[in-house]
Write a protein that binds this ligand. Structure first.
Ligand code: 0GY
Length: 291
């Protein structure tokens, strides 16, 4: 199956970052795609990506100076978690996963994924990526995965937060918000929309946030300095509940594939001290994923 028209493959030759991550650093948001010949894309997918197999991901991990990965199931594989689980099983304990499941998933399947290193499920509310799932279905899934000690990763557009917030705060597990809640950078950190998200974080200590994807939000382009205030504000306010990741292989970029080396060099701008860097890249992800 050819890639979707206009789909931009990942950067073929990222630069070597100047920033050296601390020993044991975790890239806590990335994906594997295919290879399609072995792990076909889901019929209900909204895009067909470029293959991005586990070998490439592990090569990038080593090149960027990271030690571990968390692979989040992407919508192009929908509920078929085999490519992600295969990557976990071949990574010698250096990779954990977040699955995407439907109600039909059996308890045996959940337990098998747990043994492979899956630590959570993702609920995706981004309309261009997935079809709507009723909240009662998600609620039942949440209550089934909670006893495994798993958490829930939520991906939504910040403009939808008012409508979704009551559901999010009713979830019984740790909840991790993808990509800073996707703020609109043009509106600024102090805009009520973004401050509503900060309030949610303050009032609900079970919420964590990924300070990821400046390349999706930037108006200025690399090195994404216009997004720094958003990441910095979250790292300062919630140093023990932030995670960082590359988002490799960067699905659905509109203009260009980001250079992963530039993304790594963004880290010390949002987390300037060694203590903040250690929390963001080592201690926080280990607490959540390697417990
Ligand atoms: C991301 C973001 C995107 C895609 C997916 O599941 C997905 O397909 O997550 C996106 O297109 O914004 O988290 O990498």
């Amino acid at each position: 199956m050819p890639m979707s028209p206009g789909y931009i493959p990942f950067h073929p030759n990222p630069s070597r970052p100047r920033f050296r991550p601390p020993p044991g650093a975790v890239d806590a948001h990335c994906h594997v795609f295919g290879p399609e010949a072995k792990f076909p894309y889901a019929p209900e997918r909204k895009y067909t990506p470029c293959d991005a197999p586990k070998e490439k991901l592990f090569e990038l991990r080593d090149f960027l100076g990271f030690d571990k990965n968390v692979i989040v199931q992407a919508s192009c594989h929908s509920k078929d978690n085999r490519a992600m689980v295969d990557a976990l099983e071949s990574a010698g304990g250096k990779t954990k996963g977040v699955a995407y499941v439907g109600e039909e998933v059996t308890d045996d399947e959940l337990r098998a994924m747990d043994r492979a290193g899956v630590k959570g499920v993702r609920f995706n509310f981004v309309k261009r990526l997935v079809d709507f799932t009723p909240k009662d279905v998600l609620d039942r899934t949440a209550r089934r995965i909670a006893p495994l000690g798993w958490h829930i990763v939520i991906y939504f557009e910040m403009s939808d937060l008012p409508e979704l917030e009551a559901f999010f705060t009713s979830l019984p597990t740790t909840v991790i918000v993808d990509h800073m809640g996707t703020p609109n950078v043009a509106k600024g950190v102090d805009h009520p929309e973004n401050q509503r998200f900060h309030r949610l974080m303050r009032e609900h200590p079970n919420f964590w946030v990924k300070v990821t994807c400046p390349e999706r939000m930037t108006l200025a382009g690399p090195p994404y300095d216009d997004v720094v205030p958003f990441g910095r504000a979250l790292v300062q306010a919630f140093p023990e509940r932030v995670l960082w990741g590359t988002d490799w292989p960067h699905p659905n970029m509109k203009k260009e594939a980001p250079d992963d080396g530039i993304l790594v060099d963004y880290i010390p701008k949002i987390a300037p001290t060694a203590g903040e860097q250690r929390a963001l890249l080592v201690d926080n992800p280990l607490r959540l994923y390697w417990h």
